[in-house]
Ligand binder design. Structure first.
Ligand SMILES: Nc1ncnc2c1ncn2[C@@H]1O[C@H](COP(=O)(O)OP(=O)(O)OP(=O)(O)O)[C@@H](O)[C@H]1O
Ligand SMILES: [Mg+2]
Length: 260
């Protein structure tokens, strides 16, 4: 703030500069939350690795069956940490402006290979994955690896949050200059107040259950970033106890490439 005076030293005017720091403040809180979440997610598996290892060193190693069971847990927890670090790296690459490797992709083929792969996971829960891909979906421009990751994430959630013998339907069709891929399940659904938040990093509707199933709440945050980087989006419709429908929307051609 600056005060201006005239030749008689009387106040003539004041200049005040006011800066709105709401956004910075929000970002700062988000950053702190993010670090707290990451530390928590890493600390939990580390604590169990440490305690199982100590028990083994304290003598449990002599009992082969127990030792095998404990080593299994240590192995799973190590996998969990690896996945978390992988997800974090993906997100930080996005933050730094990841360069997508654009190429021509046949969405029908890509959905085919993702569903074939995920059918094996669904089979473990006796779930059925059906596909209905409309004919004539044009080739789109996109990063094959990232779009595969995006579709796999969404189908993975459908499997994870649907009970044994559940049904999952993957459909694709065109609408104007968009390709819409929808994944519908008849699983547990999402409570209405949570729907708007599921794309936030580390957001899980039921933290205890999700963690038990190996989730950290980063999957949809990554999926959404990939869709947006392609000029698309992801939308969600869900009814608690009935099921969920997630739609991936991708432009057939990105605007800047159309201009080339
Ligand atoms: N198909 C679905 N049915 C019901 N709930 C879902 C579905 N997909 C996502 N959710 C809810 O949204 C939350 C966020 O999903 P997200 O994929 O980001 O995390 P996650 O599956 O818990 O963990 P991660 O994907 O990182 O392993 C989930 O914890 C779950 O509560
Ligand atoms: Mg997930």
């Amino acid at each position: 703030m600056a005060i201006f005076t005239d030749e008689n030293n009387k106040t003539d005017g004041i200049i005040a500069v006011i800066q709105d720091i709401t956004e910075e403040y929000k970002l700062d809180i988000m950053r702190k939350d993010f670090v707290a979440n990451v530390s928590h997610e890493l600390r939990t598996p580390l604590t169990s690795v440490k305690s199982y290892t100590e028990t083994l060193l304290d003598g449990a190693l002599q009992d082969r069956a127990t030792a095998e069971q404990f080593l299994g847990v240590i192995n799973d927890e190590a996998d969990r940490m690896t996945n978390l670090v992988k997800d974090l790296l993906t997100l930080s690459q996005h933050d730094g402006g990841i360069i997508l490797n654009f190429e021509d992709i046949s969405i029908s083929d890509l959905i085919g290979s993702c569903t074939d792969r995920m059918r094996r996971v669904a089979k473990l829960k006796n779930q059925e994955i059906k596909t209905k891909i409309n004919k004539g979906i044009p080739i789109i421009q996109g990063d094959r690896y990232r779009i595969d990751q995006l579709i796999t994430n969404i189908i993975g959630n459908a499997i994870k949050y649907t009970a044994e013998k559940g049904k999952i339907m993957v459909q694709a069709h065109c609408e104007k200059n968009l390709v819409i891929i929808s994944v519908e399940d008849n699983g547990i659904g999402i409570p209405a107040p949570d729907i708007a938040r599921i794309f936030e990093r580390f957001y899980r509707v039921d933290k205890a259950r999700s963690r038990q199933m190996g989730g950290t709440g980063l999957g949809l945050a990554i999926a959404k970033e990939i869709a947006i980087l392609h000029g698309g989006d992801i939308t969600v419709k869900s009814k608690l106890g009935k099921g969920t429908n997630i739609s991936i929307i991708l432009p057939i051609r990105k605007a800047h490439q159309q201009a080339l």
